[in-house]
Design a protein. Structure first.
Length: 517
């Protein structure tokens, strides 16, 4: 009798626990999103009607451009918004440039209006912005709690440790490593061309070179040594952006358990490798500091006298390394690739840049102090990042209610800033918005855009890209060396399909036909 009473009691407790859990899940998956939906609607935000629990994911998946057919060279257009983001393009026509859509049960405020953005961000400091929780959890294996994802006082602590590594003096010391990597690539190209292969897919080539540059400048590693990290990051990227995934949907990760587990395992493998590298290097740094790559500089800052309060743990340092590995090579590589693509279509700009290189750098070894003099190259970089921004959107999460005019963006609302849309907005840039015209940046760092928040290639505010100067230097060095040795045009085999895989990538590579000078 006693034992059956105990069993009954245990069963009742288990039932109560299950019921409580069920109610909690129902509350966070259904009640909370519903209340948020009502609040947003009552504030005047409209948008496509969501369904539970997918939100608007099905519409997004249906509209996603899976067309991989090639468009002939003569019809290539830089008007890419409706192909890269067909759902946003369609919803903009219905709901304007600010509206609400849903990724699963998470509400997102979509913004493609720079004035709204200006008002929304005016009073919020970098450390007070959140990053969408659903991405944080999902992309944990990729960025961990690195600078891209971290918030609040932790973000301040991370940014303090990392910033000095990117000072002009430290960057200058990295220039020769960049030149070496670019020269290796060009020697490889010369070998291919001499053996009769004039067509080269620069997507692969530039990714390898940018990877080598970040591996060397950040961690003192060769590309071969860092290869496992790059391969794992790439494999993870493909899993995380697999269209079969259901991000933001309750229990969505269980719909693709293999992918979720694989991403975790890949992340763990990278973490283990990086942690051992950091521990190894911390010991060495104590003895000798002859090499000063980004990791050395972070470690030095981390242990500097009186800075203990700001120090990062080994796990946090490993997360930063992952973040720099990924953030530092893919974005820069894409800027260079899309530049070669646009210069392939515009040989007149190749000639203009070659002339400028001759005037500013001459035939000597590259002197980094002269790179600032490559003004036209700076305009070209801006124009490329305008038309094909490596980071096509910027995301935030409100950590407080935000008032914009008469509207309130409730705390917890995710924010999706559509950079591609603003960079291709005729109302901001004029009728020639989709034309490649680097000269628009000649006398204006905003390229003639009629709103200062309309051009955001490196983000905005306190969370602006930390690697901007490194990216600028790498871009100018690599491009100077390429243009000094070759002229090139787009191959007839090129197929124009810019697509989103976290960053804005050419879906079918960028084959170019080269001619040595
Ligand atoms: C052309 C090249 C690059 C582009 C277009 C680019 C773009 C961006 C953008 C748009 C952001 C802002 C994201 C946000 O606000 O959420 C960002 C942040 C960041 N970038 Fe870059 N980036 C480039 C190169 C680099 C390089 C070379 C590194 C490192 C070596 C780097 C590391 C970072 C990091 C760590 C952040 C986060 C900063 C923070 O939240 O405090 N980026 N980048």
């Amino acid at each position: 009798m006693g034992s059956s009473l105990q069993l009954l009691l245990a069963l009742s407790l288990a039932m109560a626990a299950i019921l409580l859990l069920g109610m909690r899940l129902l509350y966070s998956w259904w009640v909370m999103p519903y209340l948020a939906y009502r609040k947003l609607k009552s504030n005047g935000f409209s948008g496509p009607k969501p369904s539970f629990p997918l939100g608007n994911l099905n519409d997004m998946k249906k509209l996603k451009n899976t067309d991989s057919t090639s468009s002939p060279l003569s019809t290539i257009s830089n008007d890419i918004h409706s192909t890269a983001f067909p759902h946003f393009s369609m919803w903009q026509k219905l709901y304007g440039k600010v509206f609400i859509y849903w990724i699963g049960t998470a509400p997102f405020l979509y913004i493609a209006d720079p004035e709204f953005l200006k008002q929304m961000t005016a009073d919020i400091k970098g450390k007070n912005w959140g990053k969408p929780n659903i991405f944080k959890h999902d992309r944990e294996p990729m960025f961990g709690n690195g600078l891209v994802m971290v918030e609040g006082e932790d973000w301040v602590r991370h940014r303090h440790v990392i910033t000095p590594a990117f000072s002009p003096a430290n960057l200058k010391a990295m220039a020769s490593l960049m030149v070496d990597s670019a020269m290796n690539m060009l020697d490889r190209w010369t070998g291919l061309i001499n053996s009769g292969q004039l067509e080269i897919d620069v997507e692969r080539e530039i990714i390898i070179t940018a990877g080598e540059i970040i591996a060397k400048t950040s961690f003192g590693m060769s590309y071969e040594n860092g290869r496992k990290v790059f391969e794992n990051l790439r494999a993870m990227q493909l899993i995380l952006f697999d269209s079969k995934r259901y991000l933001g949907v309750p229990l969505g990760k269980f719909l693709n358990p293999r992918g979720t587990l694989k991403a975790k395992a890949l992340g763990k493998e990278i973490d283990g490798f990086l942690r051992s590298k950091i521990i190894d290097r911390s010991n060495k740094t104590a003895e000798t500091t002859s090499e000063r790559d980004v990791l050395d500089l972070m470690l030095a800052e981390n242990t500097a006298d009186g800075q203990k309060r700001r120090g990062l743990t080994t796990k946090e340092l490993a997360d930063e390394c992952k973040t720099l590995f990924f953030g530092g090579h893919e974005t820069s590589a894409l800027a260079m690739m899309w530049t070669l693509f646009l210069l392939g279509l515009h040989p007149e700009w190749q000639s203009q840049l070659r002339e400028e290189i001759k005037e500013v750098i001459g035939d000597e070894k590259i002197d980094v102090t002269k790179l600032d003099g490559l003004k036209k190259m700076g305009w070209v970089m801006n124009e490329v990042l305008r038309l094909y921004p490596s980071a096509p959107n910027v995301q935030r999460q409100a950590r407080q209610d935000i008032q914009v005019d008469k509207l309130v963006i409730p705390t917890g609302t995710n924010i999706w800033i559509d950079v591609v849309s603003m960079h291709h907005d005729r109302n901001l840039w004029g009728g020639d918005v989709n034309e490649f015209k680097p000269e628009r940046f000649k006398d204006d760092i905003f390229g003639g855009c009629n709103h200062k928040m309309g051009f955001l290639p490196f983000g905005f505010g306190g969370r602006m890209c930390i690697g901007k100067n490194l990216a600028n230097m790498e871009y100018k060095i690599v491009l100077t060396l390429i243009l000094s040795r070759f002229s090139f045009s787009i191959s007839p085999n090129y197929s124009h399909a810019p697509s989103i895989l976290l960053s804005l990538r050419p879906m079918h590579g960028i084959p170019l036909v080269f001619k040595p000078l």
